[in-house]
Ligand binder design. Structure first.
Ligand SMILES: *Cc1c(COP(=O)(O)O)cnc(C)c1O
Length: 389
């Protein structure tokens, strides 16, 4: 057994101990933590929908219609008309036959991967895939072959050597800590060539990439080649939950097999109503993602000009990783920024590899150029003070 006190001490010694900061205002560009007003520069509320009046009204109306808690899992008493409505909406949005709603993106990954593979299966997984993918792979008991980040050549070598029909290739669409895209055009061809299922986690691309904002499959024009399209309702859609979109057969299977779906009380109709409204807004207001991505490209350029080590993603995504290196230095940078009224938590191991600690900046539609300019000035001053630049 691990000894709690010893383990805690070891976490602290490594500079990895985390204190949680509690917001007492909505998730918006300007918010309040304790008594401190801060510019929020690290939220996944990319499209600024979490505090949108229309989402709030939809949630309130759902309380009147359905009450608050859902009272059961979706297979027992916890499925409401609005679950079905949202499933159909997501399927239409993603241009697939059907969809399934999980309580979180995390649960969607864990449940789906566990349902797709067992100890006789082989899963090919990008080395920088999200923790929920990794956990799903582990839970499935399958043999997991990890390929180099976004390296389709390494993937093909490994497919040649290890694959058998119905193996699973799984990758983030947009990587959560780097904001770069998987080379899905090539990966989808490999999936076809080696008769593998292809699963893409679009937690950070849903609502953001592609002409209609439906994600990376649309961006690469390979919508019919991704068997399992996973997304969250909790990031750009400003609500909460996860989903998988795909063929009718897949969805029916997952509803009967995915344990995180079967053994957990379903999401409240309140949050589903908000998510439904959010999908409609994404369809109707493409300017939200356009402004966001324009600002992201501009902000990345400005950071680069100041001398920061920053990843220039093409296409731009809302995620802008500013590399610091040492965990303790990233923590100091974040702390000083906070004192100056800017909130960007440091991302440290185990979220990123040792030596790759960073400030993971992310933008929201509602950020103004004035806010971003102010942030740049403070980043510049503190970056010099800490010798990050
Ligand atoms: C955030 C995230 C998830 C988990 O989604 P939640 O809805 O927050 O549980 C899954 N995959 C990736 C790539 C993510 O970034």
């Amino acid at each position: 057994m691990l000894e709690i006190r010893k383990e805690l001490e070891s976490i602290k010694e490594k500079g990895l101990f985390r204190n949680i900061k509690y917001l007492n205002q909505p998730q918006d560009t300007q918010t309040k933590i304790g008594n401190k007003d801060v510019l929020l520069l690290a939220s996944n509320n990319y499209l600024s929908l979490a505090n949108d009046e229309r989402l709030k009204r939809a949630a309130c109306a759902a309380i009147e219609d359905y009450g608050v808690g859902s009272g059961g899992s979706q297979l027992t008493t916890g499925s409401y008309a609005i679950h079905k409505q949202l499933e159909e909406k997501i399927a239409a949005f993603k241009d697939t036959e059907a969809s399934i709603i999980y309580n979180t993106g995390y649960m969607a990954n864990v449940g789906t991967i566990q349902a797709m593979a067992d100890k006789n299966s082989i899963i090919f997984s990008d080395e920088l895939n999200h923790a929920s993918i990794i956990d799903g792979c582990r839970l499935s008991g399958a043999e997991v072959i990890v390929y180099k980040h976004c390296d389709s050549r390494d993937l093909e070598n490994k497919l040649k050597k290890y694959s058998k029909p119905h193996s699973l290739i799984v990758t983030d669409g947009v990587f959560s800590m780097d904001g770069d895209l998987a080379p899905l055009d090539v990966i989808s061809e490999l999936a076809e060539k080696y008769a593998c299922y292809l699963m893409v986690d679009d937690a950070h691309a849903t609502g953001i990439l592609g002409a209609q904002g439906t994600g990376t499959a649309e961006y690469f024009n390979i919508k019919d080649k991704v068997d399992i399209q996973l997304g969250t309702l909790s990031k750009s859609l400003g609500a909460e939950g996860g989903f998988v979109a795909g063929k009718q057969e897949l969805i029916a299977y997952l509803k009967n097999k995915a344990r995180s779906f079967i053994f957990s009380t379903s999401l409240s109709p309140v949050i589903l109503a908000a998510a439904l409204q959010a999908v409609e807004i994404v369809e109707a207001e493409p300017w939200r993602r356009e402004i966001l991505l324009e600002n992201a490209a501009w902000f990345t350029d400005q950071l680069d000009k100041l001398g920061f080590i920053v990843k220039k993603n093409n296409p731009p995504t809302p995620i802008i990783p500013l590399l610091v290196g040492e965990a303790s230095k990233a923590a100091s940078f974040s702390k000083l920024l906070f004192e100056e009224g800017i909130f960007i938590p440091a991302i440290r191991p185990p979220s990123v590899p040792e030596g790759y600690s960073r400030l993971r900046i992310s933008l929201m539609t509602n950020h103004t150029r004035e806010q971003l300019q102010e942030a740049l000035e403070k980043l510049n001053l503190l970056g010099k003070k800490l010798r990050v630049i």
